[in-house]
Ligand binder design. Structure first.
Ligand SMILES: Cc1ncc(C[n+]2csc(CCOP(=O)(O)OP(=O)(O)O)c2C)c(N)n1
Ligand SMILES: [Mg+2]
Length: 340
């Protein structure tokens, strides 16, 4: 079994409180989404990340603004660290002000301006995309990293193996981040994989890989920083298996018959937000009024996001076939590419 890394020591108070804020923002955004979904304000599918916040918060921390992020349909949290809550919520409301003009919804958040490349609904579909982005960066001599998030369910897909193989063969700047929450819908990992040590699979492709305690945001950040530095300095792809758990159902339609309530309760004792808050309390880093202010700020951010989305506009019906085909002038692309 691959050793699971834990964090090495306390961080300074400002940094700890920044990470706490990031995780709380993700948690509150999604609690709001569940509330709005239940009230039929937003529709379609909705998969929440509650319980897994330390993974997105810890991995995105060492990334630079020009680094790419590719995620799955459980991507509201990753998106929030790049895109405003208003643009995300407006997208879920199907409004023009959304990050994809309301055409993507919950599973397809995307924002090229902040190099957030989705939001991918197809299991393992983001991996080849990430490899392509990294190949483009390598061929253009740009020292960027592409962080690619996917669930452990993706490991059963051919795209996972093809992507890891090519990334290793061509030494591409990708950080593969497997969000191992133990279930793919209702299928437990051990029911679908003969080898459940996922980091070991990556090692089989000659990719340096570590398993990390995905509930400990410092452990995630530390491992991600090491891996991002190695990838950026030409060390080829790296792989993190982030061991985590989703506290809620797979999506809004899931009776959760495949796991015991006691198991969920056991994992909830290691709620990443509570773990960090408790460690900050113990170190005297979080006075009560700082915690109150932090919560009030985050609540105000989400309330403003909902207000923005509610006030958004619906795309006129006559616009609906726009973007089905490109309306760019032929030849303009080549000129753009030559210039850029
Ligand atoms: C190629 C493909 N097959 C099946 C599905 C249906 N499906 C949606 S989510 C899911 C489970 C994926 O689990 P995992 O990768 O572990 O991610 P998690 O939902 O746990 O974050 C499946 C099988 C899909 N979206 N794409
Ligand atoms: Mg999973």
């Amino acid at each position: 079994m691959t050793a699971v890394r834990a964090s090495q020591g306390p961080a300074d108070a400002d940094h700890a409180s920044h990470l706490l804020r990031q995780m709380l923002r993700i948690r509150r955004l999604e609690e709001k989404c569940v509330e709005l979904y239940s009230a039929a304000r937003i529709r379609g599918f909705l998969h929440v990340y509650i319980g897994e916040e330390a993974v997105a918060a810890g991995v995105l921390e060492p990334l630079a603004a020009e680094d790419c992020v590719v995620a799955t349909y459980r991507e509201h949290g990753h998106a929030l660290l790049r895109v405003s809550a208003g643009a995300i919520l407006a997208e879920m409301y199907g409004r023009l002000e959304g990050c994809c003009r309301g055409r993507g919804g919950s599973m397809h958040l995307f924002d090229a301006a902040t190099r957030f490349y989705g939001g991918n609904a197809i299991v393992a579909g983001g991996l080849p995309l990430a490899v392509g982005l990294a190949l483009a960066d390598k061929m253009s001599g740009r020292h960027r990293v592409t962080a690619c998030f996917f669930g452990e369910g993706a490991v059963a897909e051919g795209e996972f193996h093809e992507s890891l193989n090519l990334a290793a063969l061509w030494q591409l700047p990708v950080l593969f981040c497997c969000e191992n929450n133990l279930y793919a819908m209702g299928t437990a990992l051990a029911r679908s994989e003969s080898q459940t040590d996922i980091a070991l699979k990556a090692a089989g492709y000659e990719i340096p890989a570590w398993a990390v305690d995905g509930m400990d945001v410092f452990a995630v950040e530390e491992a991600a920083r090491r891996a991002v530095d190695a990838v950026r300095s030409g060390g080829g792809p790296h792989f993190l298996e982030l061991r985590t758990y989703r506290f809620r159902a797979h999506s809004m339609f899931d009776p959760e018959l495949y796991r015991e309530k006691a198991e969920v309760a056991r994992w909830m004792e290691r709620d990443p937000i509570r773990l960090l808050k408790d460690s900050m309390d113990a170190a005297g880093q979080l006075p009560a009024e700082t915690w109150e202010t932090l919560q009030a700020d985050v609540d105000a951010e989400m309330a403003a996001g909902v207000e923005f989305a509610e006030a958004g506009t619906l795309e006129p019906v006559e616009e609906l076939t726009r973007f089905v085909y490109s309306d760019r002038t032929p030849g303009a692309d080549q000129a753009g590419r030559a210039a850029g």
